[in-house]
Write a protein that binds this ligand. Structure first.
Ligand SMILES: [Zn+2]
Length: 132
């Protein structure tokens, strides 16, 4: 396929499949309830009923958002007897992503930080970088 202009060259670089994959990942992070669940799971494995107790959300809310997080592969589930235990799929990498978001927020004039647990994972990911 011949490329006639530089503009076209730049347009064909966009890969719709990859773009959709990124969008789906960010969709997993694009909800305050899901972010709260992710922050809480950074403290360790939980069952649905634990998350209901610890976060104060309705069970249907927790279940709905956990399925979405599983679908985005941000969370994994471990069956044990009649219980299912949920945890972060990649706590260190998620911490690094949150750290990048935090840096972007700061650079664009908003100061915000997510929970201490995710910060701890973030610090593990970015060794040697001082945080303030
Ligand atoms: Zn808890």
């Amino acid at each position: 396929m011949a490329m006639d202009s530089g503009v076209l060259d730049e347009l064909v670089v966009i890969d719709p499949e990859s773009t959709a994959t990124y969008a789906h990942l960010f969709q997993g992070l694009a909800d305050p309830t899901r972010l709260a669940i992710l922050q809480h799971l950074a403290s360790g494995e939980h069952r649905v009923r634990d998350l209901v107790d610890h976060l104060g959300f309705a069970q249907s809310t927790v279940s709905k958002h956990l399925s979405f997080l599983l679908e985005c592969r941000l969370v994994v589930v471990r069956p044990a007897g009649r219980s299912s235990w949920y945890s972060l799929a990649e706590p260190v990498r998620l911490g690094a992503l949150i750290a990048a978001a935090e840096a972007l927020l700061q650079a664009t004039g908003t100061r915000a930080e997510l929970g201490a647990h995710l910060r701890r994972h973030r610090d593990a990911a970015s060794t040697g970088v001082a945080t303030g």
